[in-house]
Design a binder for this molecule. Structure first.
Ligand SMILES: Nc1nc2c(ncn2[C@@H]2O[C@H](COP(=O)(O)OP(=O)(O)OP(=O)(O)O)[C@@H](O)[C@H]2O)c(=O)[nH]1
Length: 360
């Protein structure tokens, strides 16, 4: 995982963004549910420890806070589809909780000793938010907002409480908890990204696997607009013979070399995947059938012209491929599109292999 991927989600793929927001939404929902139960349930403790004057205000405040957080539960199902909703919900949660804390502290301005829970609440909040796998940039924003709100509250309630050492002391503690939160969040982000990559990448070629490709294809169809797109499905010729005559190690080497050639030939917009054993597939957005056929031919020539060396040093072999090309649009049925590409590939094999065939 690269450093910039820890920093911001703008460096993540759109599919991983969706996966991460889905997980954040689930954890957020649990967090809200536990906070509602905890905040309302704490009324029993307050009844035991607080004097009646304070209790009279605080139990109502607890119920109001619980009621304000409740809409976040159904909203969290929408959040998993929309990053902005997720951010708005998170800041709403922080705002409601810090307001609850402020009212609690304000009620003790008469000099009554403040229960430790009210003083520790912002630190508790920072600790709770570490369950969300946020990139450092987002976590930092949350930490700065909480720190400023806490210092602002302290200053508003008692300006003298932030003089000299007291301010440093408070700030130091807030920074320590914020750093711990960022550390845990970044660790979770890393774990999630590693798991995501393991489950969506082919371990041999590091290309995306069929599962992720199908999601990308669906996305292209639904969000790619009116312009056509092209699919190139190709299969290495007589690959079984390569395995049988030169060994599986050589077969693997051929697959890796072809995957590298794919990276060289197709631009960053192309979506390239290992579709099956020795089958690969390329999705070319905003590309007509004619352009797709030309690119498939370029690939065929490139693969044919680059012999693959045996990793055991036993000479080199020439590899060829056959390809089926099909054009799709926003109203295509993906299943039949893939079938058409497969039939075109089959025709290319029947026509003698080492050629490109357009779908009928
Ligand atoms: N080395 C290696 N071989 C694989 C891998 N995945 C699939 N294969 C082999 O790929 C071969 C595919 O053979 P076939 O489907 O008969 O096709 P082919 O020999 O390429 O023949 P045509 O497609 O008709 O040109 C099988 O022998 C599989 O064992 C892999 O990851 N590594």
């Amino acid at each position: 995982m690269e450093l910039k991927e820890y920093w911001s989600d703008s460096y993540h793929s759109s599919d991983f963004k969706l996966t991460r927001i889905g997980l954040v939404a689930i954890r957020f929902r649990w967090l809200v549910a536990l906070l509602i139960i905890g905040i309302a349930g704490w009324i029993a403790v307050d009844w035991w420890v607080l004097d009646p004057a304070h209790f009279k205000l605080i139990w109502k405040m607890r119920l109001i806070t619980g009621a304000m957080l409740t809409p976040l539960l159904p909203l969290s199902y929408l959040c998993k589809l929309n990053r902005r909703w997720m951010i708005a919900s998170l800041y709403f949660l922080i705002g409601v909780l810090l307001t609850f804390n402020l009212v609690g502290l304000w009620s003790f301005r008469d000099g009554t000793p403040i229960p430790i829970g009210y003083i520790a609440f912002p630190y508790f909040l920072l600790a709770l938010l570490s369950v969300l796998p946020l990139p450092v940039k987002s976590g930092l924003r949350v930490a700065v907002v909480i720190t400023l709100c806490v210092l602002g509250t302290d200053y508003w309630l008692n300006p003298d409480s932030l003089h000299g050492g007291a301010l440093l002391d408070r700030l130091w503690l807030l920074i320590c908890f914020s750093l711990a939160m960022l550390w845990v969040q970044a660790g979770q982000l890393r774990m999630l990204l590693d798991l995501y990559r393991e489950s969506t990448r082919d371990p041999l070629t590091r290309l995306m696997n069929r599962r992720l490709f199908m999601r990308q294809l669906e996305l292209q169809r639904s969000e790619g607009g009116q312009r056509p797109f092209t699919l190139i499905l190709f299969d290495l010729d007589r690959f079984k013979r390569i395995n049988d005559e030169h060994g599986h190690l050589m077969g693997d080497e051929v697959l890796v070399r072809v995957a590298n050639t794919l990276g060289d030939i197709f631009g960053p917009d192309a979506i390239v995947a290992r579709y099956g054993g020795e089958e690969f597939i390329v999705l070319l957005p905003a590309t007509s059938l004619e352009q797709g056929l030309r690119q498939a031919e370029t690939l065929r020539l490139a693969v044919e012209s680059q012999p693959v060396e045996n990793p055991l040093g036993e000479g080199e072999i020439t590899v060829t491929l056959s390809a089926g090309v099909v054009e799709g649009s926003h109203d295509s049925d993906l299943h039949s599109l893939l079938n058409q590409a497969d039939e075109a590939l089959y025709d290319a094999k029947r026509n003698g292999r080492n050629c490109v065939q357009a779908a009928a």
